[in-house]
Design a protein around this ligand. Structure first.
Ligand code: HEC
Ligand code: HEC
Length: 345
């Protein structure tokens, strides 16, 4: 067999082409690097699927009736890793919607300490360090609806899920903290609130078991009470013999955000409306559990403000915080004057 001349020459050609192709490739690599600045459109030798008809975010798309190119996920779509089927854990409720009685997490010492830490970051400004509702922003008269004390039967007896729900959903005038506080921390806070409630609800006998100097505590308490009484007396004195007016009453109602819960037009918000309240009669339940009929005169109205749990209006829950005991006589009487103007009675 003779050598095929053409075969050799084509072999030589292949070699030469490879060389040229190699130089070209390097040239392309140097020229076409992404990220290099150029006035010219980029060399795009391999299109893949880089360019094809598409809509930009927010662009109008008349194909759909609502004109949006960004589509909503189908109802009920759950993103990967976001299925929250454990209702008790994520929402604090049972299948039937009732609050869970007990928290679905193990209570450990580290959970309690985590709860304390988070509680003090997120809740103390309003609820106070001991949970008595006297957080720093509540004491300045800045017009906030008062945070209730946790140390009342209603909240001591509330199921764990209800406390959790206050953080998760918010409650009436309190906003939700679900975005700031992840699920584990919410339960840690619930556990800590239970600890606070237990700590503030002990008998003398229980305290003495723990080697605490009771007389010292009592002396401190009395000194505190005396100081409060002194402040109250100073407040009364500074207001002198000012005569109560409806104008001032309206100011007080605004300053203390009463209207967040009480309308003046007859509609029910969270509490009864003040329209036609003065002089009316109605049923209330006393703190002794009796249902009686009362006439809503000045004395009744003032008691309703300073001791909100003494008589609960029929058909309402005891949701008004016991936080107005330090209002002065002038403020209280002015509130009554204002409420009178809203009544034809
Ligand atoms: C900005 C002030 C503010 C902050 C911060 C705040 N709360 Fe509240 N909270 C309130 C107010 C006001 C109410 C009463 C709302 C009402 O009755 O309209 C309330 C009510 C509650 C209640 C009672 C719920 C009920 O069933 O009556 C609980 C429990 C509670 N908060 C827990 C918390 C926890 C836990 C935190 C921290 C994660 C927190 N709050 C942070 C203002 C606040
Ligand atoms: C968080 C909501 C809330 C706020 C804020 C609030 N109250 Fe109330 N109030 C209630 C509720 C609920 C009742 C009915 C249950 C009861 O008797 O405690 C009530 C009852 C009353 C009553 C008795 C009404 C009746 O029909 O017999 C008076 C008077 C009253 N509030 C005055 C005030 C004044 C004054 C303020 C502001 C200084 C105030 N409230 C702030 C919720 C609130």
């Amino acid at each position: 067999m003779t050598k095929n001349k053409r075969g050799i020459s084509s072999f030589m050609n292949v070699k030469r082409y490879t060389k040229v192709a190699g130089i070209l490739t390097i040239g392309l690599m140097l020229n076409g690097c992404r990220g290099m600045k150029s006035e010219k459109p980029p060399v795009h030798p391999n299109m893949n699927m880089d360019q094809q008809p598409r809509k930009e975010a927010q662009e109008v798309n008349n194909y759909f009736a609502d004109g949006r190119s960004m589509r909503q996920p189908v109802d009920g779509t759950v993103a990967r890793g976001f299925e929250k089927a454990d209702l008790a854990y994520y929402e604090g409720i049972e299948e039937n919607g009732d609050f869970v009685a007990e928290m679905p997490v193990d209570i450990t010492k580290s959970l309690l300490y985590r709860g304390k830490d988070r509680y003090e970051v997120f809740c103390t400004p309003c609820h106070g360090i001991t949970g008595d509702g006297r957080g720093i922003i509540m004491t300045g008269g800045y017009g906030y609806v008062p945070a209730p004390t946790y140390h009342q039967d209603r909240l001591r007896e509330a199921p764990d899920g209800e406390i959790y729900s206050a953080i998760y959903n918010g409650v009436r005038n309190m906003p939700s903290y679900a975005h700031q506080i992840p699920v584990d921390d919410r339960w840690a806070i619930v556990a800590y609130i239970r600890a606070l409630q237990a700590s503030q609800n002990v008998t003398k006998d229980q305290i003495t078991q723990y080697d605490v100097d009771l007389s010292d505590l009592e002396a401190k308490y009395e000194a505190e009470q005396a100081k409060l009484a002194e402040m109250q007396a100073a407040k009364e004195a500074s207001q002198g013999e000012q005569v109560a007016t409806a104008e001032h009453g309206k100011e007080v109602a605004t300053q203390y955000a009463c209207q967040t819960c009480h309308s003046v037009d007859g509609s029910v918000v969270i509490g009864p409306s003040w329209k036609d309240l003065f002089g009316s009669t109605g049923k209330v339940t006393t703190d002794a559990g009796e249902t009686i009929t009362v006439t809503k005169d000045s004395e009744y109205i003032i008691e309703s403000i300073t001791h909100p749990y003494a008589k609960i209006v029929d058909g309402f829950d005891p949701l008004m915080a016991d936080a107005y005991g330090s209002l002065s006589k002038y403020d209280l009487e002015s509130l009554v004057e204002y409420i009178k103007t809203l009544s034809d009675n």
